[in-house]
Each structure stands twice: as structure tokens, then as C-alpha cells.
Design a protein around this ligand. Structure first.
Ligand code: CU
Length: 299
């Protein structure tokens, strides 16, 4: 019996610990929105563990202290133990769920994730909010990769990368999300909550990293056979490093220097590869699949 009593809190503690060590975790927060979500997650986890603990203590007390047969106790249908049911089954859950609901709403208001059409226009032209919400990156979901378009917003760039989003750290970046095919979901737990990419309804999220680092993300909406491989990486860099990366991205691809690389370019350009892929500085200009440019610095 004691073994069974111990198993629930012990397994809960292991679940908790395994979440902490993982890189891709809500508890591994590196941005203002993620900190808000992590705080709420900790609050809920500790509260629920406390409720579980109290329940187990009450059960143990009931098992060990109860005296006499069931027939000697007043049955529930004629008033026995109804106060416990009213308090433990109604009042306490109502209080806890209300507190969590209000805290959740507050978090949503502080770090909004919303549809572009509903918030970007107020019917009288662009609203004040829209002006600060101008997207700097357009993230396109594809089966099964991420297209990252850097727009002529505050970042003042225009180029496209795949599966890796570079952002400057210490300031919010506005990202518009659109899918090219089915539903996907953008989720980088260290930076923010999830936002869905829904066909025909562009969404919007503002992502901020409070320090430089690489943060793993994942498509969080089942989108077909290769869904599990639809990962992405957000690389937050100090502003100077970010500018250097941008300059590198805007330059044409590195020229092949070895015979093998030259032969590879020949095969790539002569075959059907360029119908889908792009390599800047060559005739390959496809936009169906990821840009494969290998720049000078990377090469
Ligand atoms: Cu997916």
C-alpha cells in the first residue's frame, strides 16, 4: 500500500525534473513571454502537486482513522459528508480554476498572439497598434519545412532562408505566419507559446529573446507523414553579430573552389533541382523548397 501511495508524487517529480533538463522546454525560458508562461506553469504545477499531496494525506487519514463498519456511518444521500463534497468538490476547484483562468487571460493580454486581419486594420486605415505590429519576418509553413522571409520592415532586409530564424536579441520581432498548404503550428517554448498557421488566415506573433542563444522549436500541429521532422531553430544574436549575418545573407553564394564542388554545381544547375531550390547568384531560382545558398562565411 505504501509503495502505491508513494508512486504518484515520485513519478510526478521525475516528470518535472525531465522537463527542466531538456533544451526545448517551457521551463527553459529565455524571453519575456516565455518567462510569463514558465511562471504560470510553475504556479500551476506546484499548486496541483500541493492538491495531490493534500488528497493523498486525506486518503491515508481516512484509511487509517476510520473506525466501525460502513453501516455505522451516515450515508451521503441522507447528509453524511456533504460539507466535504461542497468544499473539496465545488468551492476549492472553482476557486483554483478561476484564479488560473484570470492569470491566463492576463498573460494573453500581455503577450498577444492574434490573427492579422482582426488586429492590423481598424477600418479607418492602419491603427496605432498596427504601426508597431508591422511584420519584419514572414514565416511560411510548408510540408515539411519553414520558409523565413525577411521583409522590408524595421529589419530593412529582403531575403529568404529556411528552417533557421535569425533575430537580434533584446528587442521584440514581429512575425507574420502563413501556411502554403495544410495547418502547422509554430512553437519555440523557450521564447513564446504556440501559434497556429491556418490556411487563408495569417496569424501574428511577437517574439523576443532576452539573451543571445539558439532555441529549438517544432511544428506542433500534425501536418502529415514528415511532421515529426519539421523542426526549426531560432538563433538570437547580439545586434552586431546579427548585422554581420544579414550582410552575409545578402551576398551571393560562395563560388565552388574544388573540382568536386564545380562538378556538383554543374549537376545541380543541369538537373531539375533548380525548379524547386534557389541558390543566390546562380540561375537556380525555385521557391518551392528551401534556399540552399551556402554563403562565403559559412563555406
Ligand atoms: Cu507539423
Amino acid at each position: 500500500m505504501h509503495r502505491i501511495l508513494l508512486s504518484v508524487p515520485v513519478s510526478s517529480a521525475f516528470l518535472l525534473l525531465s522537463a527542466c533538463t531538456s533544451l526545448q522546454s517551457t521551463f527553459n525560458a529565455h524571453g519575456p513571454a516565455a518567462h510569463g508562461i514558465a511562471d504560470l506553469s510553475w504556479f500551476m504545477t506546484i499548486l496541483f502537486l500541493a492538491v495531490t499531496l493534500i488528497m493523498w494525506v486525506l486518503l491515508v487519514v481516512a484509511f487509517t482513522k476510520r473506525r466501525g463498519s460502513l453501516a455505522e456511518h451516515v450515508p451521503i444521500d441522507i447528509g453524511g459528508g456533504q460539507v466535504w463534497i461542497a468544499i473539496g468538490g465545488l468551492a476549492v476547484p472553482l476557486l483554483i480554476l478561476t484564479v488560473i483562468f484570470v492569470l491566463g487571460l492576463q498573460l494573453l493580454a500581455d503577450f498577444p498572439i492574434h490573427g492579422v486581419s482582426g488586429e492590423m486594420h481598424d477600418g479607418m486605415g492602419m491603427s496605432a497598434r498596427a504601426a508597431v505590429s508591422k511584420p519584419e519576418i514572414r514565416l511560411g509553413g510548408h510540408q515539411w519545412w519553414w520558409e523565413v522571409q525577411y521583409l522590408n520592415g524595421a529589419l530593412d532586409q529582403q531575403f529568404t532562408t529556411a528552417n533557421e530564424i535569425h533575430i537580434p536579441a533584446h528587442r521584440p520581432i514581429n512575425i507574420e505566419l502563413e501556411t502554403a498548404d495544410v495547418m502547422h503550428s509554430f512553437w519555440v517554448p523557450s521564447l513564446h507559446g504556440k501559434v497556429d498557421l491556418i490556411p487563408g488566415f495569417p496569424n501574428f506573433i511577437r517574439v523576443e529573446a532576452s539573451e543571445a542563444g539558439a532555441f529549438k522549436g517544432q511544428c506542433a500541429e500534425f501536418c502529415g507523414a514528415q511532421h515529426a521532422h519539421m523542426g526549426l531553430l531560432v538563433v538570437a544574436e547580439e545586434p552586431d553579430d546579427f548585422e554581420a549575418w544579414v550582410a552575409n545573407q545578402r551576398s551571393p553564394g560562395a563560388e565552388p573552389t574544388t573540382n568536386t564542388a564545380l562538378a556538383g554545381r554543374q549537376i545541380f544547375l543541369a538537373g531539375p533541382c533548380s525548379l524547386c531550390h534557389q541558390i543566390r547568384g546562380t540561375l537556380a531560382g525555385g521557391h518551392v523548397a528551401p534556399d540552399l545558398t551556402l554563403s562565403e562565411a559559412a563555406g
